[in-house]
Design a protein around this ligand. Sequence first.
Ligand code: GRF
Length: 283
Amino acid sequence: MTNITVLISGSGSNLQALLDAQKTGNLGQGTITQVISSSATAYGLTRAAKAGVPTRVHALKEYYKGIPKEETEKRKQQRDKFNRDLAEILVHGLNRPDLVVCAGWMLILSPAVLEPLEQANIGIINLHPALPGAFDGTHAIERAWQAGQDGIISKGGVMIHRVIAAVDQGAPILVCELDLKKDESLESYEARVHDTEHAAIVKGTRLALAEIEKAEKTEKTEKTEKALESKKVAGNPGNAASTSQDQPASQASDASDTREDSRTVSQGDVLLELAAEVAKLGV
Ligand code: GRF
C-alpha cells in the first residue's frame, strides 16, 4: 500500500476523481490516507469526510492573524513557519504519505516544505491546467484561452508535474493537449479543461505511484543481492576458519553454519579431510 496525502484549497473535484478511482480499484496500490486543505471552507473537506478520509486544515490566514499587511517582514516569518509546520505534518504526522498530490492547492510550496519532503523520500506532484512552460502560475486556464482567441497559440492543455521551488516548472509526468477553438467561450473551454484534469489527476498519480513501486522493488533487489554476496563471501573456507576463531561463542553457530556452507561449496576439502581420518585409522 502506498499512502497518499492530497492537498486542496477549494471544491475538490480533482480530489473527488482520485477518491472515485480508489473506490473502483483504479488507483493501483495508492490509498488516500489524508486530505489537507489550506481553507477551512473548502468543499473538498466535505468530499473527504464523506469518503471517510481523515482531514485537517492548514490555513495561512491563521498564521497572519493580527498582523497587518504592511508588516511584510513579520508576515514573511509567519509564511515560513506555515511552510515548516506543513513539512512537519507531512513528514512526522500520523498519516505520513509516500506521495503528496497537489489537487487544486493554491499556495506556493517553498523549499522549507520541498527539502524535508525530498530528504524523507516523499514524492510530490501537482496538477496544472496548462502545457509545460506555457502559463505558469494563477489564472492559467483563462490566459491560455485568451491566447487562443488572439490566435497566438492553437493548443492548451493540462499537465501533472513534479513539484520544485520554481512554480509549475517541475518535470512533467503527464501532458494532455487540448485544441483551442476560435470563438469558443471561456466557460466551454474551462469545462473541457476540468474534464481533462479529472482523468489526468488519476493517470498522473498512477504514473507517480508506479515510479515509487519500481524504486522500492529496485531497493529490495539490491538489498537481497548484497545479503547473498555477503553470505557467499562468509561461506568461503578461508573466511569460515577466521569467522569461527574470531567470533564469540554466541555467534559460533553462525560460523559452523557458514563452515557447513563452505563444505558444500568445496567438496575437495571434505575428501581431503576424510582421507586424513582414514590414514589415522591405519586402514
Ligand atoms: C483546478 O482547475 C486546478 O487546475 C486549479 O484549481 C482547480 C481546482 O479545482 N489549480 P478543484 O478544487 O480540484 O475542483
